[in-house]
Design a binder for this molecule. Structure first.
Ligand SMILES: *C/C=C(C)/C=C/C=C(C)/C=C/C1=C(C)CCCC1(C)C
Length: 237
């Protein structure tokens, strides 16, 4: 592995969009982690764990982006690191929902259901993307698990708890729902670009899978954390 300073000396040329998004993604995730960790002491115990989890999500991503940056430059492929990152960070996003709704009585069953569905979504996605099976088929299974998550958050037990909690918690829950419904929907677009299937017409757009995934990660990981941060600020003052 290269030393930390290679992150600067290996800075990509402006013309290489893919490397550039890995480079700036690493920086953005590191900066966001510092921001969340350093703000911890502003909050009381009820919110501290949530902010800590926000920081862990961007920190885990920062480390994986550092490796993906190298893997992309050397042409090794980023799929494995990408999914290791997601299998750690997406369940932590489920933990964010759980922690937020705990005031209204969220149970570990809700947490378990969300984590189980997210693991199904990601494992089936990996099988399709790594070329271990028919990509369209495994992507469809992944999509079903994704919609089950959307359902729980918008209409299921999580929605009911959010309503019961009201105030800053309900507002944050609703904003996080939009991240899951719109922000997470960025990923299947990347998947369709990166794999073969009935959807190959999308390749004509000339987009790159890694760029799409990197945009998705920046929006969702940093955005999620900021929503929780804002809710914590609001209910602390
Ligand atoms: C920080 C990382 C996040 C929030 C990653 C989220 C990933 C997804 C929502 C991926 C979803 C997929 C589908 C819904 C179908 C195709 C396969 C996936 C795994 C790309």
């Amino acid at each position: 592995m290269t030393n930390l300073f290679s992150i600067i000396s290996d800075a990509p040329s402006a013309g290489d969009l893919v490397s550039f998004t890995f480079f700036i993604g690493t920086m953005a995730m590191m900066a966001a982690s510092a921001f969340f960790f350093l703000s911890l002491n502003q909050f009381d115990n009820k919110w501290r764990t949530s902010i800590l989890v926000s920081g862990l999500i961007t920190f885990i991503a920062a480390v994986h982006y550092y490796y993906m940056r190298d893997a992309n430059i050397s042409g090794e492929g980023t799929t494995f690191f990408r999914y290791v990152d997601w299998i750690l960070t997406v369940p932590l996003m489920c933990v964010e929902f759980y922690l937020l709704l705990k005031v209204a009585g969220a149970t570990t069953k809700l947490l378990r259901d969300l984590i189980l569905l997210s693991v199904i979504m990601l494992v089936t996605g990996y099988v399709g993307e790594a070329g271990l099976g028919n990509a369209a088929f495994w992507g469809l299974l992944s999509g079903l698990a994704y919609f089950a998550i959307v359902y729980i958050i918008k209409f299921g037990s999580a929605a009911k708890l959010a309503k019961k909690a009201g105030g800053a918690v309900e507002k944050a829950h609703n904003t996080l729902f939009w991240f899951v419904f719109v922000g997470w929907a960025i990923y299947p677009i990347g998947y369709m670009i990166g794999t073969d299937g009935w959807y190959d017409g999308i390749d004509a757009l000339g987009w790159n899978m890694d760029v799409i995934y990197n945009i998705g990660d920046a929006v969702n990981k940093i955005g999620f954390g900021l929503v929780v941060y804002a809710a914590a600020v609001k209910s602390t003052k």
